[in-house]
Design a protein around this ligand. Structure first.
Ligand SMILES: [Zn+2]
Length: 262
């Protein structure tokens, strides 16, 4: 046992922690659960043509860990989730893009005290999402609605902040269910004149996307290595200035490599 482990174990006596994946007495995630969170990429095309790349299947260990992260304040498991998300983003990026996330509901933000997607991006060393989308009215909670109800509930629920012509975006979300939310966000961005190159999600719900394709070139280990390499690349680009957008807001000054070598 090294010093760091000893210190952490002493700490866990004061503040008992169980693995968010399996409940074993351990720190945030036991080694076995941690290794189960490596990205295995899936690509899916939504009804509006938007391509979504997801890192993980939302079931079992992944589901428990994401729920702990989102609903039980277990931000201590954010790092492996952030790595998985960054692998999906790396695979979904085409050229130079800004990231954009779904505007979080006020209730969720108040309850959690943090925005899960923003936190994951920060942990991954990636840019924060551009503030280009707003919610126009409160959305009913989506969980209990079917696909059509979701679409009705969401229609017109987001709007672009200002005119976004000439700007390219990649949507980022945590859990992909029917894709209705991402499609509504893409619609709002496109109506604002923006180009939407695709979307990346931390996880997808197999129940809704049973026929998702496993991306053949991305084996688990290769995808992980590529994601880490890419995150390092992205950090290098942090200081590339892109200037100021037509609406006066600063554009996220990042450039992403167009492809990820595997
Ligand atoms: Zn575990």
């Amino acid at each position: 046992m090294n010093l760091r482990d000893a210190a952490l174990d002493a700490w866990s006596v004061l503040l008992p922690v169980t693995c968010a994946g399996c409940g074993a007495d351990d720190r945030a995630l036991c080694p076995a659960c941690r290794s189960g969170l490596h990205a295995t990429l899936h690509r899916r095309q939504l009804a509006d043509g938007t391509t979504v790349v997801s890192a993980l299947r939302y079931e079992d260990l992944v589901r428990r860990t994401i729920l702990a992260f989102k609903e039980q304040g277990r931000t201590d498991v954010s790092r492996p989730l952030a790595t998985a998300l960054s692998v999906a983003i790396a695979a979904a990026v085409i050229g130079r893009v800004e990231l954009v996330s779904i505007p979080p509901g006020r209730a969720g933000l108040r309850r959690r005290g943090y925005d899960p997607v923003r936190l994951l991006l920060r942990r991954a060393g990636l840019p924060q999402p551009s503030p280009v989308l707003s919610a126009t009215h409160a959305r009913a909670h989506q969980k209990t609605l079917d696909r059509e109800e979701r679409q009705r509930n969401l229609a017109g629920s987001m709007t672009a902040n200002g005119w976004l012509a000439g700007r390219r975006f990649l949507l980022v979300d945590d859990v992909l269910t029917t894709g209705s939310t991402l499609m509504e966000a893409a619609r709002a961005l496109r109506e604002g004149g923006a180009e939407v190159v695709g979307a990346a999600a931390l996880a997808f719900t197999p129940m809704h996307f049973g026929d998702s394709q496993l991306m053949p070139s991305q084996t688990r280990d290769k995808g992980r290595v590529a994601g880490l390499r890419w995150a390092k690349e992205a950090r290098k680009y942090r200081l590339v200035p892109l200037g100021v957008a037509p609406d006066g807001t600063r554009r996220t000054p990042w450039k992403f490599p167009s492809t990820v070598a595997t």
